[in-house]
Design a binder for this molecule. Structure first.
Ligand code: RTP
Ligand code: MG
Length: 140
């Protein structure tokens, strides 16, 4: 498998608790390289656009409010099979279902406040990376 890139967000519940470094270490220990990273504050419109796939879901408004409640750290991760690997390191969406040693099992507060986002497919990874980063910012 060739090197692959995926997009990641350290979510507001994690930045608020000063867990960015611990989460980055778990990504690196899991075999991924952080090749771009910045701390930003999303606007509500940006959060709504980012999660527009969930616009009809009952948790959409709560999710968007949460994503703008604190700064986030957006990242591009590179590695073998990075999209799937990152989802493994993150663990299941609901921390109650996540495996021991995963980021969500270790750090998430709840199904909503689950500490990290990771792209779910090559198409979404490419779209999300291009939305948040210019090509020059990716230093592999
Ligand atoms: P993400 O997109 O953030 O990486 O998470 P995911 O793929 O594991 O989960 P997804 O189904 O895409 O849901 C996106 C985010 O919405 C919040 N959520 N809240 N209260 C609820 O029932 C509920 N369900 C999902 C979580 O923050 C989830 O990560
Ligand atoms: Mg998702």
């Amino acid at each position: 498998m060739a090197l692959e890139r995926t997009f990641s967000i350290v979510k507001p519940d994690a930045t608020k608790r000063n867990l960015t470094g611990k989460i980055c270490a778990m990504l690196e220990d899991g075999g991924l390289r952080i090749i771009a990273q910045k701390r930003i504050q999303l606007t509500l419109a940006q959060a709504q656009e980012f999660y527009s796939v969930h616009a009809e879901r009952p948790f959409y408004d709560e999710l968007c409010e949460f994503m703008v409640s604190e700064p986030i750290v957006v990242q591009v991760l590179e590695g073998e099979n990075a999209i799937l690997r990152n989802r493994e390191i993150m663990g299941a969406t609901n921390p109650a279902d996540a495996e021991e040693g995963t980021i969500r099992k270790t750090h998430a507060l709840s199904l909503g406040e689950n500490s990290i986002h990771g792209s779910d497919a090559p198409e979404t990874a490419a779209e999300e990376i291009a939305y948040f980063f210019a090509g020059l910012e990716l230093v592999g």
